[in-house]
Design a protein. Structure first.
Length: 362
């Protein structure tokens, strides 16, 4: 999710947001069919960092310019869900719109945190079917990939998680894995242990035990990172040869001159969603901003800046070949990867995070 992926998530950094209005060559200010509500404001919570800076420049500021509606930005990152849950006890909350992980959809529906969204509202936008849910509207597709420094592998780098595990054992402290939570890591551990991609899900108790046994083999031989920025530093400071890393972030580093290569085989792709808290003070304003954000030019420009895939057909059509080749949700990249089971994770996030934290500390 982006140069710090989602700047952050994944990533957990908060940065000051630039105030620049985006103009596309020959197009003027980006525009869609939104009308806005000049008498109101929309409070949006996102991931901070350079990712939210891009959102500010491509989406929020142009929306304010076009509609007169102020977009107030928060950057609570991983704390967004907890904040929405805390405000749910009040008749009216503070936040109108949340940029959340797909697994938050299921989890939040179970806890009655999200307002339902009528899919017909966006049926004319060309949004992909798997990016529209009963309580969420897709923002982007992103992926966790095997990323390696090609200077460290003159003959070609690892293309499977088993090869990553083998490299970690043979070259201690030269492999980095995502350590903030078990999502994606358990899947990679099972693939490294020989589970066929088509047999990965559902994650049964037996498979989860198998994943931890696989991870036990390399736990003390790898570097763990908590944020996209930290993972990026491992590459830029030449601390690692290969890592589980965000495809979008990796391409951001490539554009800055880092000798990295993104492997699509056995990547894990997923999507993020806009969600509206059930007690949002300006639900209609949030819905209007969502329609604006789905505009094909906005979607395409966010894809160019972040390396994450757009969620509408029209936006994909606007992308130049070099950018299409970087999108997790575009062929031939998509079919080489696994589709993340966000619904399962939404049901099991809490219990799995508890076990993960205990395992890391053990």
């Amino acid at each position: 999710m982006t140069f710090d992926n989602l700047g952050c998530r994944r990533i957990r950094l908060v940065a000051l947001l630039a105030t620049v209005t985006l103009l596309l060559p020959g197009c003027g200010a980006l525009s869609s069919g939104s009308t806005g509500d000049a008498s109101r404001r929309v409070v949006v919570d996102s991931w901070g960092g350079v990712f939210q800076q891009a959102q500010s420049q491509v989406l929020f500021e142009p929306y304010t310019e076009q509609t007169g509606t102020e977009v107030v930005q928060l950057s609570d990152a991983e704390n967004m869900y907890a904040k929405v849950k805390a405000q749910a006890a009040r008749p009216t909350g503070e936040i109108d719109l949340v940029h959340g992980d797909a697994s938050w959809l299921t989890r939040g529906q179970r806890e009655n945190l999200w307002a339902p969204i009528d899919p017909a509202t966006y049926s004319d936008t060309g949004i992909f079917a798997d990016a529209l849910a009963s309580h969420g509207v897709g923002i982007l597709y992103w992926s966790m990939n095997i990323v390696h420094n090609h200077d460290a592998f003159p003959g070609g780098g690892p293309t499977t998680w088993k090869q990553v595990w083998d490299h970690a054992i043979a070259h201690p402290r030269r492999v980095a894995l995502f350590g903030a939570r078990p999502n994606y890591v358990l899947e990679a551990a099972l693939l490294a242990d020989g589970v066929a991609p088509g047999e990965l899900y559902p994650l049964t108790d037996k498979k989860i035990d198998q994943a931890y046994a696989s991870l036990d083999r390399i736990k003390d031989k790898v570097l763990w990172y908590e944020s996209g920025a930290q993972g990026a530093r491992y590459f830029t400071e030449d601390q690692v040869d290969v890592a589980m890393f965000y495809g979008g972030d990796a391409y951001g580093l490539v554009d800055k001159g880092e000798p990295l290569e993104v492997g699509w085989n056995q990547g894990i792709y997923t999507r993020d969603y806009w969600m509206i808290p059930a007690n949002a003070p300006n639900r209609e304003g949030a819905l209007d901003l969502l329609r604006f954000a789905l505009g094909p030019r906005h979607q395409a420009e966010m894809a160019r800046r972040t390396g994450n895939g757009p969620v509408t057909e029209q936006a994909v059509a606007l992308l130049e070949p070099r950018y299409r080749a970087r999108m997790a949700s575009v062929e031939p990249q998509k079919s080489q990867q696994l589709s993340y089971d966000w619904e399962w994770w939404g049901e099991h996030d809490d219990e799995q995070l508890t076990r993960w934290t205990e395992w890391l500390r053990g």
